[in-house]
Design a protein around this ligand. Structure first.
Ligand code: ATP
Ligand code: MG
Length: 391
């Protein structure tokens, strides 16, 4: 008999009529996530998604670790199965909950029974197993009012289950339940975190990277591919769009005043992002901007960047401290890759004295020597697409 994994749904249970489609989305994300790990059956009952191995030796540890990163799950737990016999259930509980029972001072047992032919009522089963657990762990008291540990038992059609203590899930909403957005992914610390944060709100993401070969190296691109792959743990499978950006940067360098280089470059990024969004039904662009962090992240600079795009620019890191961003980057596992020392296209042609409080009409005048439409077309035509999948 196989162990199972139980996923408690988060916010989506609040969503009334949408709930069914959210559950479907979550289940299909879970199925897709488990594909490389093994064969599992995934189904939903009363706001809980059950995951059962369908082959012997399925790697439940790997499945559990993967499911901790699936958005839309607020809590998850494992349960061990045994035959539907009160002594078998008690023996399993004593064995399976050893670590928990040695850690706490008080406990109670709660049982659920969907198999109504089971000879004991839920209360009788709780009392029976509770008694044997208390005997096996004499230092732990039964406390039905404020127990440190609640042991959950469940008698279902094919087996009985003893549940382990739940652990927190990734929270948020299932990816794909809230539309699609383009996310600008550099090799830095911030944009992987902003990507994660918007995916957490249920948005499916299309990562876009601007690549300035040979000013930035193949390694810089590989680093972004690595970051994208790491993010698939949370975001699901994605296709990275790598935009050739060299010609645009050279044109800016040759034809525009130096103090506007970064601003003009960022306006090109937005125009190209918008083209990719339109081609994919995406309704917003996500960036890792953070108020005041660098010269291009003042309110005036951001206004001049966003003036070229008529869709929301989502900046989930806007009010965070660097410290908080780094903590999140470490938590999601992107930090170590982000700090690898390869150049980004933004650092290649950095002006010595960037405009920090630009006026829109001056930025427009500064880029007026460029054939903007032709440059955008050329970049979009040269896009390389890279599938990002789970390892
Ligand atoms: P990050 O740590 O994400 O690189 P940053 O602090 O270096 O951000 P900027 O260089 O101003 O800040 O970039 C702001 C945002 O613009 C980035 O967070 C990212 O969303 C986007 N961006 C910058 N460079 C690139 C690039 N080469 N390709 C794709 N997006 C980029
Ligand atoms: Mg950067």
């Amino acid at each position: 008999m196989n162990d199972i994994i139980l996923l408690k749904l988060g916010e989506i249970v609040l969503k009334g009529l949408n709930r069914k489609s959210f559950e479907q989305k979550l289940m299909s994300n879970v199925r897709r996530r488990l594909e490389p790990i093994g064969k599992f059956r995934v189904y939903c009952l009363q706001s809980t998604v059950y995951v059962e191995a369908q082959e012997d030796g399925a790697d439940m540890d790997a499945a559990f670790a993967a499911l901790k990163k699936v958005f839309g799950v607020i809590k998850l737990s494992r349960a061990a199965a045994c035959e539907k016999d009160r002594d078998a259930i008690a023996a399993l509980a004593i064995e399976y909950l050893r670590e928990d029972m040695e850690r706490v001072r008080s406990f109670k047992v709660e049982s659920k029974r969907s198999d109504k032919s089971f000879p004991l009522t839920s209360i009788q089963l709780s009392q029976y197993v509770g008694g044997l657990l208390a005997e096996a762990y004499p230092n732990v008291q039964v406390d039905v009012h404020e127990p440190e540990l609640t042991v959950h038992l469940e008698v279902r059609d094919l087996a009985a289950y003893v549940h382990a203590t739940p652990v927190p899930g990734a929270g948020g909403m299932p990816v794909g339940s809230n539309g699609v957005a383009v996310t600008l992914l550099s090799g830095g610390i911030d944009s992987p975190v902003s990507t994660y944060m918007i995916a957490k709100r249920g948005v499916r993401l299309i990562p876009v990277h601007f690549f300035s070969f040979p000013y930035t190296s193949q390694q810089a691109k590989d680093k972004v591919v690595d970051l994208g792959r790491q993010l698939t743990e949370y975001c699901g499978r994605m296709t990275l769009e790598v935009v050739p950006f060299t010609h645009i940067q050279e044109e800016i360098r040759d034809k525009c005043p130096e103090e506007y280089f970064t601003l003009i470059m960022r306006r090109f990024m937005m125009r190209i992002a918008k083209r990719i969004a339109d081609a994919n039904g995406a309704k917003a662009v996500v960036t890792g901007e953070n108020l005041g962090q660098v010269a291009s992240q003042t309110m005036e600079a951001m206004a001049s960047t966003q003036a070229v795009i008529d869709m929301p620019v989502l900046q989930p890191l806007i009010g965070m401290d660097k410290e908080e961003i780094v903590t999140l980057a470490r938590k999601i596992g992107t930090f170590e890759t982000s700090i690898l020392p390869y150049e980004d296209c933004c650092t290649v042609f950095t002006p010595r004295h960037p405009r920090t409080h630009p006026k829109l009409k001056d930025v427009e005048a500064a880029e007026s020597a460029l054939d903007i439409a032709a440059l955008v077309d050329e970049a979009v035509k040269g896009i390389e697409r890279i599938r990002l999948d789970h390892e």
